[in-house]
Design a protein around this ligand. Structure first.
Ligand SMILES: *[C@@H]1O[C@H](CO)[C@@H](O)[C@H](O)[C@H]1NC(C)=O
Ligand SMILES: *[C@@H]1O[C@H](CO)[C@@H](O)[C@H](O)[C@H]1NC(C)=O
Ligand SMILES: *[C@@H]1O[C@H](CO)[C@@H](O)[C@H](O)[C@H]1NC(C)=O
Ligand SMILES: *[C@@H]1O[C@H](CO)[C@@H](O)[C@H](O)[C@H]1NC(C)=O
Ligand SMILES: *[C@@H]1O[C@H](CO)[C@@H](O)[C@H](O)[C@H]1NC(C)=O
Length: 343
């Protein structure tokens, strides 16, 4: 009899222990643990702001937040929504995998440090991310395709790092994306395809990489980007072919700055007549040619800066614009030129 009772009691004990466990937590403790793991990778913190304030004993306020931790933004219920550690001179190895569990993180801003590491595939599971700024560090490796799973992303800046490899396809998934800055890396990819995939982007910077391909795609491919883009910088790449076409250029109604300096563009310039907001055009050091006409930019356009230097343009000098920026072409200086145009 005694033996039988024993067997009855044990299952009851197990049942009651299980019932008293809290539901699995995805917030506070896990986020704090993730940050402490992240902290282990920081080798040097010149200001001491992070290493000093991010410690376990000061971790949790009554609301579950590590409120005294420098750069950590936390919502009342202990859920970390932002980590902003810009320009602190931090160096070390960022194990990105330590952060991927932070399911409520909206803002991760680490610009202007000396951090190294790879962007892991699982970055795509950080479903809440809206603002990701890794610019100005020493991150390297490829940009995983899973980055296009971050549907809420509004701002993506990975400029000034050592990222290499092909640019991920699937950017059309990122419909909220307004800013895409991948400049000054070693990225490759067909610029025409990237332009075709982008939706709603206002600020696009692909400069100083190894992008190639052409910008002469159909209006259907360009109409989405063209309707929102204000700034486009693809300078210092290997883009060839014409500078858009007479059919697609007028779609860029909001374009203010276009920089295609230092590529391999060829052909004649399309008419910029229909771009009322264009303030800066840099198309220097390509293989563009043809006559430059006074009417090229229409009379309504308040162009502040024009760089067409280092091309093969012919014809008469455009009186309205700086001569130095038109240098190294084959222009005839036959119009009377005001000395103020020589800078
Ligand atoms: C942890 O942080 C608290 C509050 O900022 C500080 O008083 C304490 O000295 C820190 N402990 C360590 C080990 O750094
Ligand atoms: C993210 O953090 C950076 C740096 O503190 C800040 O400039 C930016 O406004 C923040 N963005 C969002 C969406 O919270
Ligand atoms: C960046 O880190 C490397 C080694 O990790 C170090 O040699 C270099 O001095 C650091 N640079 C700065 C500006 O802290
Ligand atoms: C991206 O980051 C770099 C370096 O931190 C900064 O200079 C640049 O303005 C940023 N780009 C955008 C579009 O905000
Ligand atoms: C233009 O769009 C068509 C149809 O969506 C697509 O097949 C083609 O690859 C696109 N062209 C470029 C240069 O991306």
């Amino acid at each position: 009899m005694a033996v039988r009772l024993h067997f009855l009691v044990l299952p009851l004990l197990i049942c009651s222990t299980v019932a008293q466990q809290p539901p699995p937590s995805t917030g506070e403790k896990d986020d704090v643990r993730s940050l402490l793991e992240f902290k282990k990778g920081i080798r040097d913190d010149p200001s001491g702001l992070v290493l000093r304030s991010w410690n376990e004993s000061s971790a949790l306020e009554p609301d579950g937040c590590p409120s005294s931790w420098h750069g950590v933004m936390c919502e009342g219920n202990g859920v970390v929504v932002g980590v902003a550690l810009d320009g602190l001179g931090l160096s070390g190895d960022l194990k990105f995998s330590t952060l991927v569990g932070m399911q409520s993180l909206r803002n991760l801003s680490l610009s202007g440090n000396n951090l190294t590491g790879r962007l892991v595939q699982r970055v795509g599971s950080m479903a809440s991310l809206q603002h990701l700024d890794l610019s100005g560090n020493r991150f390297y490796g490829s940009v995983p395709e899973s980055i296009t799973d971050l549907r809420g992303l509004v701002y993506l800046n990975i400029s000034r790092n050592g990222f290499t490899g092909g640019f991920p396809s699937g950017m059309m998934n990122l419909q909220q994306l307004r800013v895409l800055d991948v400049s000054q890396n070693g990225l490759r990819g067909d610029a025409g395809e990237i332009f075709s995939e982008l939706r709603n982007v206002e600020h696009l910077d692909l400069s100083n990489n190894a992008f190639y391909g052409m910008l002469t795609m159909d209006t259907a491919n360009l109409s989405s980007l063209a309707s929102t883009a204000k700034t486009i910088n693809v300078s210092y790449n290997k883009i060839s072919g014409g500078l858009f076409t007479n059919a697609t250029l007028p779609l860029f109604k909001n374009l203010e700055i276009l920089d295609v300096n230092y590529n391999q563009l060829s052909g004649e310039l399309p008419s910029f007549d229909a771009l009322p907001n264009l303030r800066v055009l840099r198309a220097g050091n390509n293989q563009l040619f043809g006559p430059l006409q006074e009417g090229l930019f229409g009379s309504a356009i308040a162009l502040l800066e024009l760089d067409l230097s280092g091309n093969g343009f012919t014809g008469k000098l455009l009186q309205r614009y700086s001569v130095s920026l038109l240098s190294q072409n084959r222009l005839e200086p036959s119009l009377p030129i005001d000395s103020s145009f020589f800078y």
